[in-house]
Design a protein around this ligand. Structure first.
Ligand code: SAM
Length: 246
């Protein structure tokens, strides 16, 4: 693999092009993004996101940063959980794409979230600032995943926790069905609903190119995190990884 190249799904492109390609892809599907998630996952993405939000630590005064937060699903769940436990906390959502953030703001203008535009690879936040860092279905789209993990480490306070929800390696016995669904059906749903078959083909391919559970765990450790672990959901269709800074 040439050093200046990177995957964009199964396509090889110049590293410097990836961020712009990903940005334009999500800009194009932003208004249909939530509907597409429901259709493609049969609503499962809501259950995965609930499980993810449930796994986070909740303490009064905590600052939560949801990176690649898109239209705000995870940040909203964090806010709701804080409320449920009677706690006050700050929830910041950050995404590289204004289109996704605007769609989220349009949907929930009254939520007390801090919406910020920023790249996971160079976050616009000081060192040792956050108590909890989350990234859901975002790391896959980042050009330099190791750099994003190092940034997560940088912005977390000592003792702060890192959480990632991402598509992962499904159990072998399910692979044939999963492949059939992913490669034959998902792009078709993309074409009909979002008029963008290629965006959803990229989505499926990028899932296959993403590191499996153990590899991602090693990458998180290499970024400096301790006490790393992961939990599979839905037979490994997705996994929740976590780690602690110090
Ligand atoms: N976290 C949200 C969710 O679970 O619904 C959105 C996930 S969506 C699949 C991926 C998001 O990652 C998009 O909103 C996209 O704009 C964002 N993204 C892609 N590359 C990024 C980067 N380098 N830095 C920050 N956000 C990025």
């Amino acid at each position: 693999m040439a050093e200046n190249e990177i995957d964009f799904g199964y396509e090889r492109i110049q590293k410097k092009e990836k961020a712009e390609r990903v940005k334009s892809l999500f800009r194009n599907v932003a208004s249909k993004y939530d509907l597409m998630n429901d259709l493609m996952s049969g609503g499962l993405h809501r259950i995965w996101k609930h499980e993810f939000a449930k796994a986070l630590p909740y303490r009064g005064g905590n600052t939560y940063l949801d990176v690649a937060g898109g239209t705000g699903d995870i940040a909203t769940l964090i806010l709701k959980n804080l409320e449920k436990y009677g706690l006050q906390g700050r929830v910041i959502i950050s995404d590289i794409n204004e289109g996704m953030l605007e769609e989220g703001l349009r949907r929930a203008p009254n939520l007390s979230l801090d919406w910020t535009c920023g790249d996971a690879e160079s976050l616009p936040f000081p060192d040792n600032f956050m108590d909890v860092y989350t990234i859901a279905f975002g790391l896959r789209n980042v050009t330099d995943k190791n750099k994003a993990l190092q940034e997560a480490f940088r912005v977390l306070k000592p003792g702060g926790k890192f959480y990632c929800l991402e598509f992962s390696k499904v159990r072998d016995c399910l692979s044939p069905f999963y492949d059939l669904y992913s490669f034959k059906i998902v792009p078709k749903i993309g074409r009909i609903v979002a008029q963008d078959e290629n965006a959803y083909r990229y989505l499926v391919e990028s899932i296959r190119m993403f590191p499996n559970q153990e590899t991602l765990k090693s990458m998180i450790e290499n970024a400096g995190f301790q006490a790393t672990s992961y939990k599979n959901l839905s037979q490994g269709i997705v996994a929740i990884h976590e780690g602690r800074k110090g």
